[in-house]
Ligand binder design. Structure first.
Ligand code: GRG
Length: 326
């Protein structure tokens, strides 16, 4: 059972939700592993990447967006005596979705690290999937994770969420991860397109924006969708701001981070002549952009009725994306 307090302790907030997501992922994997049709080595390869120690940032954003709209729109903050139970009830609405987002993210890391793309041998502080299981199995584990992610949203989203909502979420996920999103961004990255904002928006921002938008889209209260169109639009825009900030911070960590802290090999961007915010605008330009994005994100939350004072998690997660050290 998750617990939380009204005075926000972000470390406690993120730890509780990260643990809840990881237990939900564990339960899903355990169930799949009992399916005798699935080759054992494929299941092992999927588990290896999905359960390796990630920040679970996209899952946290999805849950935070769901909580925020439910608290703002339905006066949930007044149910103080039942707060813990309420948080758990909110989590259940988007638990399957948050897990599926982590599956898509894990898949993108497996494929990104392959020798034909970034050719990395360290990820999340451990050997990359293809180093352990071989290239063919890494490719197939990624393929299987994409399809399992869709299956899991359909199977695991509670009946209180309308089927229209589920279908819209699956469509938007296909766009965010597909040719106009992550895959397209990876192609622009590969051909060293100079429009670094477009690369970052598609490769990183699209899934982050989807995480926020979809968490709110599936938020239900009394069997009705809770988020307003204004909030959904605001969350998507906020997601692209946060995604860009997250990726610029990543570009800076590639220069200033160590393998122990960032869990992957630093210096790879420069070594492979990657187009990054730093390579185009320099380190100072990158830091200036981060400050600008913080302000832009805060304004979006204010202007789209997304500010909930007792639980300012969206602001805090943006601030983490900007100041993060790992
Ligand atoms: C086949 C649908 C499909 C897509 C594959 C390979 C690819 C297309 C896209 C690459 C996307 C990618 C790896 C973007 C980088 C985003 C990024 C900053 C990753 C690091 O995310 P963190 O720091 O990682 O959240 P953790 O390990 O904490 O989860």
């Amino acid at each position: 059972m998750m617990t939380t307090t009204h005075s926000l302790d972000m470390q406690v907030y993120t730890k509780q939700r990260r643990e809840a997501v990881e237990s939900a992922l564990e339960a899903i994997l355990t169930k799949w592993e009992k399916d005798l049709r699935v080759p054992k080595v494929l299941a092992e390869s999927m588990r290896y990447s999905l359960m390796s120690p990630g920040k679970r940032m996209r899952a946290l954003l999805c849950i935070a967006a769901c909580e925020t709209v439910l608290h703002i729109n339905n006066g949930a903050q007044s149910e103080k005596t039942d707060f813990n139970l309420l948080e758990q009830k909110i989590f259940e609405q988007v638990s399957a979705l948050a897990c599926s987002i982590e599956m898509i993210h894990a898949m993108s890391l497996i494929h990104d690290d392959l020798p034909c793309l970034d050719n990395d041998d360290m990820r999340r502080g451990q050997a990359t999937n293809h180093v352990v299981f071989g290239e063919a199995m890494a490719l197939l584990a990624g393929d299987a994770l994409i399809l399992r992610a869709i299956e899991n949203i359909i199977e695991g989203t509670p009946a209180s969420v309308s089927k229209d909502g589920v279908l819209e979420v699956i469509k938007e996920l296909s766009i965010a991860a597909g040719a106009p999103g992550m895959v397209g961004g990876q192609v622009f990255d590969l051909v060293k397109d100079l429009d670094v904002k477009r690369i970052h928006d598609e490769k990183t921002g699209a899934l982050i924006a989807f995480s926020l938008w979809s968490g709110a889209r599936l938020a239900t209260y009394d069997n009705r969708a809770s988020a307003t169109q204004e909030q959904l639009d605001g969350l998507r825009q906020f997601g692209f701001v946060l995604g860009l900030a997250f990726q610029i911070a990543d570009d800076l960590l590639d220069i200033n981070g160590s393998v122990e802290v960032i869990g992957k090999t630093p210096g790879k961007d420069a070594a492979s002549d990657k187009v990054t915010w730093v390579s185009i605008f320099g380190e100072d330009g990158a830091r200036a952009k981060l400050s600008q994005l913080m302000e832009q994100g805060e304004n979006l939350l204010k202007d789209h009725n997304l500010k909930f004072a007792p639980l300012p998690v969206l602001s805090e997660l943006l601030s983490f994306a900007i100041t993060r050290s790992h």
